[in-house]
Write a protein that binds this ligand. Sequence first.
Ligand code: WTA
Length: 648
Amino acid sequence: MAKAGQTEPIEALLKEGRKFPPSKDFVKQAQVKSASIYKDAGGDLVRFWEKQAKRLRWMRPWKKALEWKLPYAKWFVGGKLNVSDNCLDRHVEGPHKNKAAFIWEGEPGDSRVLTYRDLWREVNRFASALSKHGVKKGDAVTIYMPMIPELPIAMLACARIGAPHSVVFGGFSPESLSDRINDCKSRIVITSDGGYRRGGTVPLKKNTDGALKACSFVSTVIVYRRTGQEIAWQDGRDVWWHDFIKTGDAYIKPEPMDAEDMLYLLYTSGSTGKPKGIIHTTGGYLTGITATHRMIFDLREDDVYWCTADIGWVTGHSYIVYGPLANGATSVMYEGTPDYPDKDRFWRIVEKYGVTILYTAPTAIRTFVRWGEQFPNRCDLSSLRLLGTVGEPINPEAWVWYWQVIGRRKCPIVDTWWQTETGQILITPLPGITVAKPGSATRPFPGVSADVVNDKGESVDAGYLVLKKPWPAMLRGIYGDPERFVKQYWSQVPGVYFTGDGAKRDEDGYFWLLGRIDDVMNISGHRVSTMEVESALVDHPAVAEAAVIGRTHDIKGQAIAAFVTIKSSVTATDPLKDEIKAHVAKKIGALARPDDVIYAAELPKTRSGKIMRRLLRDVAEGRALGDTTTLADPAVVADLKQKYEDAE
Ligand code: WTA
């Protein structure tokens, strides 16, 4: 616990250029201690990844480790394996049989522990029931569930029979859910009556019913009873999980999957209005996430690892479900919010289960900073030995607070950069080696080739972050849209993967992520596209035109500011603003609710009709106006700026 007088104040720790090496004690026990790993892997990255792949259980060995025909990579060609076999059977056959796989805590305070054997049993029954129900290899299954053990059980069951899953975050609206079901045409949806969140419940079955009005091809909805809340029921389509699972056998053989068979689809926002289904496959993906999870989190046999993400995002897929289970780790899984019943809930969980590794998001850390030290300080956090962050750049103040107050100055922090598309962490410290600098994700992981380049692809100190060589967990495409895949990721700078992030590199070769440079916002670590919000806005009957930008926000990183022109027949009022905000939340989900709605008589456009977002950003952040010479009508922005200031 940090006490006044005993430790340096945070301002002193933030002195420019201050570096944080891992402690001697940490280094002594670390998994990876020698920086030679970078050189070895860099010398022959295919050999490095092959070595990692050999730690998995293969049903048939691969013939060729990498086939690279830009932009398509195939890893471990000819190899066969099954992800659920690697995550479960392999452990159940050995000493991990009765080790806890998940220690789960529900928001109301209920708790369940599932050992590897327990999980194996549940997954087998459910997989067998799905198979008997006619779900076959290659059939997509949509999963829309709260953070309960049945969510990973459903995912692993799909993986066992080779049915790719598409998990949709429980915070998404019925319409977002139906878009995703329609895109992958899954006939099966797995959900629950509801889930607990901040003392209330989320109506997942009701949302599903709403979504399915636009998906008549869905034949089966499997419903887990979590809250007991009242739900509507459609006979012949809806079936209770507890009835469905009874139809399964105790064991079903894991389907031998080709290394390049699809494991899952996960939808994410891009720079157009339509979310894209990112395709992840089997062998390379499991190799990439297993190796990174073990080395970056310095995983030991007795660790209690807790990643606080929701499984609905890629972080949960890779680092709650597949990575930790393949590594035989014990994970904590929590259903609810950090402030229920009080703002110390996370720290109570750390204390209760003796969490040793905590992986969370900068937006959560900034929230904890605002709530104050009294909440962590009233709990025993001495079990923690390593901390991690993901999802957005972390500001040095939040980093140092995390290090001092949560890590009590002895836990290294791994600031991990990656994306839904990359599948695995790519830029990160290795905690036993790297000297951290607050705010920098430091260096590419061994076997990863990243660079900062300009439009021509030349290395520069500040520019676009790109990846120059394939890595095993990389996306294999956008579902049903190969053209968009090429255009979005492989065309902006020739020959390399374009991340959409800006970055700079310092004199030590450390990478500093600067945020998105495309039309994607990062709201509390969640990706939201400006176009998606704009189309939700113009869907409101009062709105004629809309332009959306992400403005800097202390807690969320970015907040949504929506500039709207309303139809001439409508009167601009404050209640209408609230109605417009609510409309976006209803269309997409609460995560996309704009913080500000600003009425604009006109939107600033270039003479060719392009909305000038840069100027809107200046307005929303109260900056002096940038260059307005290319504007069709410069008075538009001055007028907007005035309105924005008046509203504040
Ligand atoms: C951002 C989340 C800075 C980045 C795993 C990226 C980060 C986007 C970091 C991907 C980090 C993620 N530092 N920025 N450590 N981690 N980002 O697909 O802009 O939800 O492109 O994947 O989040 O978000 P996604």
